[in-house]
Design a protein around this ligand. Sequence first.
Ligand code: BTN
Length: 227
Amino acid sequence: MKIEYLQEVGSTNDYIRRYLESGEDIAVCARRQTGGKGTKGRSFLSCEGGVYLSFLRFFSDFPSRNAFYIMQHAAVSVCRTAEEFGIEPVIKWPNDVLVGGRKIAGILIENTFSGGEIKNSIVGIGLNVSNNLGGLSDIAVNLNEASGRTLSCGQVRDRLIAHFCGTGFLQSDKLYRECVRLGAITVVTAEERYAATARRVLDDGRLEIERDGKISALSAAEVSVRL
Ligand code: BTN
């Protein structure tokens, strides 16, 4: 896969859009972002010392109902990378990667849909390596602190690319299920907040929960969870 390396960019997810007409898979990485984007319209702190990486993948025959496989694969690629450096991460459904309850990586996926299929996907991953997390250090952590090692962004980035490109999207299922944290959670919706038990992740990516003895399935677009 072609890889482009940048010093600074607004957002690698936005930058990579210039290749949407090319039909060729590519990865773009930057040392820092000035306008890093997070999920749900939030911003993503992107100062030097993190890996900021976007992949553009083109598909033929990838049904929209399988969109979750992309997210699953990205989360598993981050977990495999962190494991290589001696860390045991957990996935907070659907795709935040945590170590010791603090977030080490975030994933933002932007798909292009047409006729019931995903035509292409921009998969953006931000992974904290040596960056100073400032005021976020109670909720976020970097790989160096978590591993007690001094890792360079370049070596972590190269392993992340290798893991992301190394297997197909359908093969990440087992590790995802091993890493995703089930059990007691707090569910937060636009209207309410309640305690529940996460039971399993369904094949379509929804989270099956039990609340007051009743089973239901949550969609990541509608709720967020706290561990
Ligand atoms: C989140 O946790 O809210 C998702 C964060 C995703 C951040 C990555 S960094 C590389 C890519 N470029 C962006 O602007 N965002 C993603």
